[in-house]
Design a protein around this ligand. Structure first.
Ligand SMILES: *[C@@H]1O[C@H](CO)[C@@H](O)[C@H](O)[C@H]1NC(C)=O
Ligand SMILES: *[C@@H]1O[C@H](CO)[C@@H](O)[C@H](O)[C@H]1NC(C)=O
Ligand SMILES: *[C@@H]1O[C@H](CO)[C@@H](O)[C@H](O)[C@H]1NC(C)=O
Ligand SMILES: *[C@@H]1O[C@H](CO)[C@@H](O)[C@H](O)[C@H]1NC(C)=O
Ligand SMILES: *[C@@H]1O[C@H](CO)[C@@H](O)[C@H](O)[C@H]1NC(C)=O
Length: 715
């Protein structure tokens, strides 16, 4: 299991146990606006009203009081039930554990040395990274050439033992362990992808040589360590949001998530990101690594930018030459040189008296000495390394990702693995050569990775998730030099730059793009930045050949930072719009706690708030026997040329009709807004299927594209 684990990340869902008490998060909404409010005594006061024994302050785990209101506490079931009924409580939900989910990827996105930049403004942008901490001594975070922290910065450097900040890493906090130092590698990797300095001459054992850089290399980094080596407690994630928002970060990147979507009032990241949005901070989150299954996306809130993972045109492969002369292409990151020598092949079943494969403890070191072992699955290479054999061949677990192997090894598609097996079976003395990995150009890129979590959004089907896709396969970036490279304890290699794959890697690319856009448009709202990223996204490939529409894999498409700088039109979504949406999902009293606002919910006179949320993509459900019709309303704001005229263009399959009213939008000034309606209708389309189409507003220069997705259900 181990190799997947390093690469990709997922959830275990039990609340942290304390005897018969478990840790729960008690979410109370916005902070009250009165000055005399004292959160800590308020939280203890609330606790005292429900606890059956012990003292309230002993049961309080932490208070959220800087950016929103709430606390985490150890509660019994009865206490939890009583709290959940209190009128000042929005929700009570268990604190669970979420898991963590170069050189070339930014160039692939069009960032080269000639890129237009705004370095002075960029150095005022602060990227908040909620992750496993950071390796502060990495060259990617050197502060050479950086001035003091921007004046707006209100955070601190509380990195703990032996951790110093500088003018690049301007803030550090940790909620786990004894310091903000990263001994996992994940947080160092994501931080450097979003905002690392350009560092020349980087490679992984000579592979993929080049300059490693982040999307906004002049920006500052604030690190919030919430994860230990494997898990990230949600009560700590919320504490990090509480601090990061108050500290004054501009963008939050969080490559952490659950394996299944939760309602918004029980999803710690959705809650934190909502209060970030209120302060003008966009949160970028990984879609999850639970693909390619339908509905596996766990980041579903409309105020979050949810990022799928796709390939770049640089892939890493490793070749194997069988004794019969046949060369096969494997997908492993094999940094070892065996100098073209061939070695005998041996099947795992012949190397063990106990078991038939390369499971832990199975192989006999004496039998495999000097041999290349053929294992069923790629994680068998850990056992092969343990017993000291020469190398391993196996079937890939995730055929479109190249994982780092602890010894010379290659894994193959099932078709190629069959070739290996029949070769071994066909000769008395099978042999093979294992070649060091090499870099190839992948013309099919960008292709959404199989592991990337897919839609539809089961919590709010009217919002397409993921929103976009960005590079997340075979990404080389800074790493923690004390972190292991593989799960093999015998593999004692350590590096400063390493390869990782996952939506964890695509998320900081999107955060870097958002920060880049912010340097040119400092006053744009999080929704405008998100809209510009989504409506300018380009085409992406899918490989799973599934019957589900591609939109489920890549949302609006592949991120295109250069186009996103100048989208022409944006879909603005305000806090009020999200509040209206919440009004259609939650009780009014809870919505008022969340918004911190006494205004009542608008009357729900036939208005479908979710469908008509001013989102840059359009989705809905239609009930159909033979024909259907659904109308969406949207408003766009002109951020292109003052004087401009946009025409609507629609793309749909036969049998589907899209009517846009009006067909033409004429703007006379910047920031002018225009509203339009889109009616999608059709007949004789099979029920229980999806209709996917798109709407493009174009003025001849800009193309403002929105995917449309309808789910057809039976009456
Ligand atoms: C601080 O951490 C660095 C990196 O692990 C190490 O090289 C150094 O010796 C540590 N210093 C102290 C005083 O522990
Ligand atoms: C190996 O070869 C034998 C005889 O040629 C055949 O019966 C057997 O099915 C083969 N096994 C595999 C795994 O291909
Ligand atoms: C998808 O892959 C094919 C090759 O498999 C390639 O020809 C095509 O250009 C790719 N599409 C995109 C959008 O990159
Ligand atoms: C906009 O276009 C109209 C007609 O082409 C022209 O009369 C007007 O001066 C233009 N306004 C601006 C601000 O460019
Ligand atoms: C859009 O539809 C709504 C509701 O049917 C209607 O009130 C409004 O006038 C329409 N707007 C346009 C621009 O046609």
């Amino acid at each position: 299991m181990s190799i997947i684990f390093i690469l990709l990340v997922s959830l275990s869902c039990e609340a942290v146990n304390h005897g018969d008490r478990k840790t729960y998060i008690v979410y109370l909404g916005s902070l009250p606006k009165d000055d005399v409010f004292s959160p800590l005594s308020h939280h203890i006061g609330i606790l005292e009203r429900v606890i059956e024994s012990s003292s309230a302050s002993n049961l309080l785990v932490r208070s959220y009081k800087r950016s929103f209101n709430g606390f985490a506490a150890k509660l019994t079931d009865r206490e939890r039930e009583r709290l959940a009924k209190m009128k000042e409580v929005v929700s009570v939900f268990p604190s669970t554990s979420y898991k963590l989910q170069t050189t070339r990827s930014w160039e692939f996105l069009g960032f080269n040395e000639k890129l237009k930049r705004n370095p002075t403004v960029e150095s005022n942008v602060i990227v908040g990274v909620i992750d496993t901490g950071i390796w502060p001594e990495s060259e990617s975070f050197s502060d050479e050439g950086f001035g003091p922290a921007p004046r707006k910065w209100k955070g601190v450097c509380k990195g703990g033992k032996n951790f110093t900040c500088n003018n690049k890493i301007i803030g550090a906090r940790f909620y786990v362990g004894s310091s903000a130092r990263d001994d996992v590698g994940h947080g160092t990797h994501t931080a450097s992808t979003a905002a690392g300095n350009p560092v020349k001459g980087v490679s992984f054992y000579g592979l993929a040589q080049g300059t490693a850089t982040g999307g906004v290399p002049s920006a500052r980094i604030a690190t919030y360590k919430v994860c230990g080596s494997k898990v990230c407690a949600t009560n700590k994630i919320l504490a990090a949001f509480d601090d990061a928002i108050a500290d004054g970060v501009d963008i939050i990147t969080i490559s952490i998530g659950s394996t299944s979507a939760a309602p918004f009032d029980r999803d710690a990241i959705a809650i934190g990101a909502f209060h970030a949005l209120e302060k003008g901070i966009l949160t970028s989150q990984s879609a999850g690594n639970s693909g390619p299954y339908e509905g596996s996306v766990s980041s579903v809130a409309p105020w979050i930018l949810t990022v799928a993972a796709s390939s770049t045109d640089r892939r890493i492969i490793d070749k194997v030459v069988l004794g019969n002369g046949r060369t096969l292409v494997g997908n492993s990151l094999n940094a070892f040189e065996l100098k073209g020598t061939s070695f005998p092949l041996m099947e795992a079943k012949d190397a063990s008296s106990e078991c038939g494969d390369c499971d832990a403890g199975c192989l006999d070191p004496n039998l495999v000495k000097g041999k290349i072992v053929v294992c069923r699955w790629a994680f068998g290479s850990i056992e092969v390394r343990r017993v000291g054999a020469i190398g391993a061949l196996s079937e890939s677990i995730i055929p479109d990702v190249s994982g780092i192997v602890p010894l010379p090894a290659a894994s193959f598609s099932s078709k190629d693995f069959d070739v290996v097996k029949s070769y071994v079976n066909s000769t008395g003395k099978p042999r093979a050569k294992l070649l060091k990995s090499e870099v190839i150009k992948d013309l099919a890129a960008p292709t959404v990775a199989s592991f990337s979590s897919r839609g539809p959004n089961f919590i709010l089907p009217e919002i397409i998730k993921p929103d976009i896709t960005a590079p997340g396969v075979d990404i080389l970036a800074a790493y923690s030099p004390v972190a292991p490279l593989t799960e093999s304890v015998e593999d004692r290699r350590h590096v400063k730059y390493s390869f990782l794959s996952g939506t964890s890697m695509s998320c900081p690319h999107a955060a870097g793009v958002a920060a880049y856009i912010k340097t040119f448009h400092p006053n744009w709202s999080p929704a405008a930045i998100k809209s510009s990223i989504m409506t300018t996204a380009g085409p992406a490939n899918i490989t799973d050949g599934s019957y589900w529409p591609g939109v489920f894999s890549y949302g609006s498409g592949h991120i295109n930072p250069l186009k996103a700088l100048n989208p022409g039109l944006v879909y603005e979504t305000s806090k009020d719009d999200y509040i209206k949406l919440l009004c259609s999902i939650l009780d009014e009293s809870k919505v008022r706690l969340i918004s911190g606002d006494k205004r009542p919910c608008p009357a729900r006179t036939g208005k479908k708030w979710a469908k008509d949320l001013n989102y840059p993509s359009l989705a809905g459900k239609v009930v159909t026997e033979s024909s259907f019709s659904i109308q969406f309303q949207r408003t766009v704001k002109n951020v292109g040329l003052a004087n401009s005229t946009y025409k609507a263009k629609t793309i749909s399959k036969r049998g589907v009709n899209i009517k846009v009213v009006p067909q033409v939008l004429s703007f006379k000034s910047l920031n002018e807004k225009k509203t339009f309606n889109v009616t999608v209708s059709g007949r004789d389309i099979p029920s229980r299927t999806y209709v996917s189409a798109s709407l493009v507003w174009t003025d001849g220069t800009h193309s403002v594209r929105s995917p449309i997705l309808l789910r057809l259900v039976l009456v």
